[in-house]
Design a protein around this ligand. Sequence first.
Ligand code: FAD
Length: 645
Amino acid sequence: MNLDAKIPSGPMAQKWGKHQFDLKLVNPANKRKYEVIVVGSGLAGASAAATLAELGYNVKCFCFQDSPRRAHSIAAQGGINAAKNYQNDGDSVHRLFYDTVKGGDYRSREANVHRLAQVSVNIIDQCAAQGVPFAREYGGLLANRSFGGAQVSRTFYARGQTGQQLLLGAYSSLSRQIGLGKVQMFPRTEMLDVVLVDGHAKGIVVRDMVSGEISRHSAHAVVLATGGYGNAFFLSTNAMGSNVTASFRAYKRGAAFANPCYTQIHPTCIPVSGEHQSKLTLMSESLRNDGRVWVPKSQAVAEKIRKGELKASDVAEGDRDYYLERKYPSFGNLVPRDVASRNAKEACDEGRGVVGSGLGVYLDFEDAIGRLGESAVRERYGNLFDMYEKITGSNAYKNPMTIFPAVHYTMGGLWVDYNLMSNVPGLYVVGEANFSDHGANRLGASALMQGLADGYFVLPYTIGQYLAEVGPDDRPSVEGSEFAGAEEKVRGQIDQMLSIKGKRTPTSFHRELGQIMWDKCGMARNKAGLEEAIKKIPELRAEFWDNLNVPGENGSLNQSLEHAGRVADFLEFGELMCRDALQREESCGGHFREEHQTPEGEAKRDDENFSFVGAWEYKGENQTPELHKENLVYEEVKMTQRSYK
Ligand SMILES: Cc1cc2nc3c(=O)[nH]c(=O)nc-3n(C[C@H](O)[C@H](O)[C@H](O)COP(=O)(O)OP(=O)(O)OC[C@H]3O[C@@H](n4cnc5c(N)ncnc54)[C@H](O)[C@@H]3O)c2cc1C
């Protein structure tokens, strides 16, 4: 397997500019002879599809929601980073680059991260020009707030609805191109396979989710913008529909899957309240700007709170442990997510949790309200406080929120080179679906930045090189044997799932898999647990194919059938995640192996042996996949033990 990252030569700050100049261009008159498939209409997909069409390419865009503007990106709350330095507080492209590499615990590719920081500034201009209503200062300049892992304020936001507002911007650009006939939009359509012709990605097979019709689509290139796979854990902050199917099926066709074990567990989510739940709710990281995280110093006090005998306000100031401020005085409550999550777990493991299950800590706004006034806090976070009250029944202006870490984002994804092309020629991967920029831990507000950087500013340049090389005639007919074979496979799996007529629903398998993943491959992992999971998951998978019950049929809307197909992929993919976590005998970022920690309980990397991207190659059904390594070379940033103290 060829894992050539194709990093341009030259000084870091000049790589992207030089590369842009070196890339082949497609003559404007020729662009209309090309067809590009974009799967996904979240921030990455919508921005890519709109920009490619604006350039003159013909685009087919697919999504499984009923409208492109309902993609999961709409859920993003807190903000988007950019190195504008509007605050004059010392930010720069280099600092954003440095913070991101450090935040990712030195497991990302430097050149990609540097480019991300460079184009971050263009994103804000583009979105502001589209009319995205970013928060503004009194004088009219765009406002910023702080997010974890940074000591500057560089996060642009639209109250707690940044993702929604950015998506409306991208969606309006996309709609313009739909109106002009340059983008053909296929909502409610699920990609179920990617088709390779002579080793190049040349099309996809999809299912119309309303009629059940299966169809084939060919193109000169295929772009996957299909989001993350956090729902492998069943409970996560992701939209219920988020899944790994598109990426995983591409993996089965030969695309390398990189760092699948890198999962982000977000520290500020509403704690699990019972077994009925199918989703967890994020409380935006922006709340850590003003909220203070604490638990009681003593287990006895915590126990009284858990039993309802004491309230937070009964605990005297001196009896509270603001553990992040105590342990990390320079970053305090704004340490990165992995650090904040691990510390919350540690406090709860010590018996100091403050909700009935013992799995919850406080996020307290008493100080901020005292200092700024309730109206200022309401102005900044009003909709988040309202959402919290709707879900928990508690008023966070009066009582502290209770929070606990939950699965939120996946740093792993399909391997891509500097051009965002996977190892399968013609198959590009953008947004959360690729692995490229966040290493082992993503900093808050950097996912939106990456998705839009990929879609608006990187892919539209880099894809031209491939298209220019293959030429406009290289678009196969959908009647070819490769398309027929892929369609047959898709139909076969659907028929099989419908015919089992067993006793268990797709949800029950998904829930059981999620529990295994959370227990064995969650916030803390160890060798014995991972080996146990690698044994249990195939057993569960075997039961799935023996005892699954999918009511209804293929010829109409059938959400159970859709879910079954996604769970089938999670049941294979979960094992891959565990294998990856098992081989990575170190702790880094969100990957915490209990065997590898410093005396203070921090993640202990092993740079000598694990400074690589782990990219897995599919070897066939029930075969052990093969690990390939892309070594990470740091020219600009010195690898050190991460410290936020
Ligand atoms: C609650 C929450 C809050 C967040 N807040 C922030 C924040 O404040 N700042 C930040 O930077 N990040 C945030 N994130 C992360 C960020 O929202 C995501 O990483 C990002 O939006 C992903 O965008 P995307 O375009 O890659 O994928 P998505 O938005 O997930 O879009 C995926 C698209 O692919 C389509 N798709 C998937 N599979 C298929 C298939 N098989 N066939 C057809 N179509 C398919 C879907 O229909 C959809 O259109 C948050 C995440 C969550 C869960």
